[in-house]
Design a protein around this ligand. Structure first.
Ligand code: NAD
Ligand code: DAU
Length: 353
């Protein structure tokens, strides 16, 4: 059972799992971030079924458990965009906290009624984020699984709350849970509200490229296919009750990421009318409470489970830029009226400096 499998990472994960021969029941509410086109090639594939349901709806979740009798849950469904959590936090508390709680409750009931053998095999894998650890100073070591929680945005706080609930369900009830805390993902099918796809599409069209603050904020980028591979490894071999940090070992300042995208778009799709895309960069007012730096120490998952990222950032970014340039129809379809309204809300208030 996958939740949020029509979103960015979830759909990449479902594609990997189905290709590997796994049967997947995919629960997704299809919010603005969920997109059936991410799964279009699975139409008619018998071992993938999409159920449109809200993870806050206990009855609907119980019905899926009864009908499909899953061996494991991989829980991606969430509100995931930090800027939206600053504008309207309510949905984040609802989906990320109450939704995770509802899933845990239904999983606990289902698991409690399994045979002893099936109880031993069952896993509840909760997909979380490095943002729960807060912000690092330049000289500080990367986050480990022992780093203290210090979430700074409503999004990060809601994910931290959900992590604590998952931990408590293992400690109190013995539910065989796993938590993964991952750094920033990029790659195909990411909704263009996030930095990398937003900048690719704006650069392509000659629009301004909004860089928050001074552009010196650092993120640790991981190609989405590598993240999905790591989740599969944790699901197969992770120790129940444990947390695993997942990262790309690719710390980059935002301004460097934006410049790298400009160079790639200039190379792959030169446009004399636009000229050098880096001339489109505009520094705009910062995100309130903007975390300065994230970095993941992924040595535990390497040491204990043998996982390491395989896609170098420069290679993954080239593939990602090429994917967005080749998928104009997908891009057109996701830029609905609701998308345009968000772009207006987020960027019109950020007067260009
Ligand atoms: P996304 O926003 O692209 O997709 C979220 C999916 O969840 C969508 O398909 C949406 O329809 C679905 N959803 C939302 N609310 C729901 C509800 N109430 N019931 C059922 N489905 C619902 O998110 P993403 O970027 O793919 O992130 C997936 C998970 O990974 C999230 O839990 C996020 O916190 C975590 N994560 C993301 C990143 C990243 O860089 N994107 C990094 C680390 C961890
Ligand atoms: O670290 C993991 C997290 O990464 C995930 O948990 C979140 O779900 C995911 O959205 C992502 O959060 P970020 O806030 O880091 O991602 P975003 O793409 O929104 O922003 C990346 C950086 O770029 C961040 O420092 C803010 C900056 N930024 C973002 C946008 C949208 C800009 O400078 N300009 C922009 O227009």
């Amino acid at each position: 059972m996958v939740t949020g499998g029509a979103g960015f990472i979830g759909s990449n994960f479902v594609q990997q799992a189905v290709a590997a021969g796994d049967a997947v029941v995919n629960i997704d509410l299809l919010t603005y971030a969920g997109n059936l086109e991410n799964l279009a090639n699975l139409d008619g594939v018998p071992h993938h079924e999409l159920v449109r349901a809200d993870i806050c709806d206990g009855e609907a979740i119980a019905a899926v458990f009864r009908q499909h009798r899953p061996r494991a849950i991989v829980h991606f469904a969430a509100e995931s965009h930090v800027d939206r959590s600053i504008v309207s936090p309510d949905a984040f508390v609802r989906t990320n906290v109450h939704g995770t709680f509802t899933l845990l409750e239904q999983a606990r009931k289902y698991w409690g009624e399994l045979s002893e053998e099936d109880r031993g095999v069952f896993r509840f894998l909760h997909v979380s984020t490095d943002e729960v650890y807060g912000s690092l100073r330049p000289e500080e070591p990367a986050f480990t699984e022992a780093s203290a929680y210090a979430p700074n945005s409503p999004y990060a706080a809601s994910k931290a709350a959900s992590d604590h609930l998952v931990r408590a369900y293992h400690h109190t009830y013995g539910l065989p849970t796993l938590i993964t805390n991952c750094s920033n993902n990029y790659g195909p099918f990411q909704f263009p509200e996030k930095l990398i796809p937003l900048v690719i599409l704006n650069a392509l069209e000659g629009k301004s490229l909004p860089v928050y603050g001074d552009g010196g904020n650092v993120r640790d980028w991981l190609f989405v296919g590598d993240h999905c591979g790591a989740i599969r490894v944790v699901l197969e071999r992770g120790c129940p009750g444990a947390t695993y940090n997942i990262g790309g070992n690719s710390e980059r300042a935002n301004l460097d990421v934006v410049r790298a995208i400009c160079a790639l778009v200039d190379e792959i799709r030169p446009d004399p009318g636009i000229g050098n895309r880096s001339s489109l960069i505009r520094f705009v007012p910062d995100r309130p409470g903007h975390d300065r730096r994230y970095a993941i120490d992924a040595s535990k998952i390497a040491r204990e489970l043998g996982w390491r990222p395989t896609t170098r950032f420069e290679e993954g970014l080239r593939q990602t830029v090429a994917w967005y340039l080749e998928h104009a129809r997908w891009v057109e379809d996701v830029r609905s009226g609701a998308y345009r309204e968000w772009i207006r809300l987020n960027y019109e208030q950020r007067a260009v400096r």
